[in-house]
Design a protein around this ligand. Sequence first.
Ligand code: HEC
Length: 152
Amino acid sequence: MQCSPKVSLLLLSCSLLLAACGGRNEAPQGGTGPAAGAAGYDLEALLASADPKRGETLFLQCRACHSVGEGEPHKVGPNLHGVFGRRAGTQPGFAYSEALKESGVTWTPETLDRWLERPSEFIPGNKMVFIGIRDPADRAALIAWLRDATGA
Ligand code: HEC
């Protein structure tokens, strides 16, 4: 059987095309830049440019369950005064889940960022019924406001 020149030309150009595509796929993906952390964004930079007013508005979705002022009573969730730098699940007088108490987490902007993104993933089995906040800039605004409001 003879291979027609037309077919082999077609095959040749196809493999050239595939090679070109393969080359493009090997190029580095995404543009995270040197400052971005493992999560793909720079929390410090987001915090530095965060709008606390936006954070206060976002806290409306937490307010039903959390107070922030010193000595204010717990609600469905614990009072958050002084939460920065504190071990998770250690506020006296609140019945925390075992999951939170045994998490070993200390609350910092970084751990709060991961908690608020998706509480059920960061500490599985915890009892905070909250889906999470997807936008990193929104979480940074909330964390910036929380820092002031909880006396950090
Ligand atoms: C439906 C009620 C509810 C909502 C809404 C809610 N929380 Fe909570 N939160 C809880 C409960 C309950 C816990 C304790 C969880 C546990 O023990 O597993 C908790 C725990 C926490 C903790 C850990 C406190 C500690 O002492 O370790 C932080 C921080 C927190 N919530 C922040 C927030 C923020 C910020 C929001 C709003 C984005 C929010 N929560 C929304 C109920 C809620």
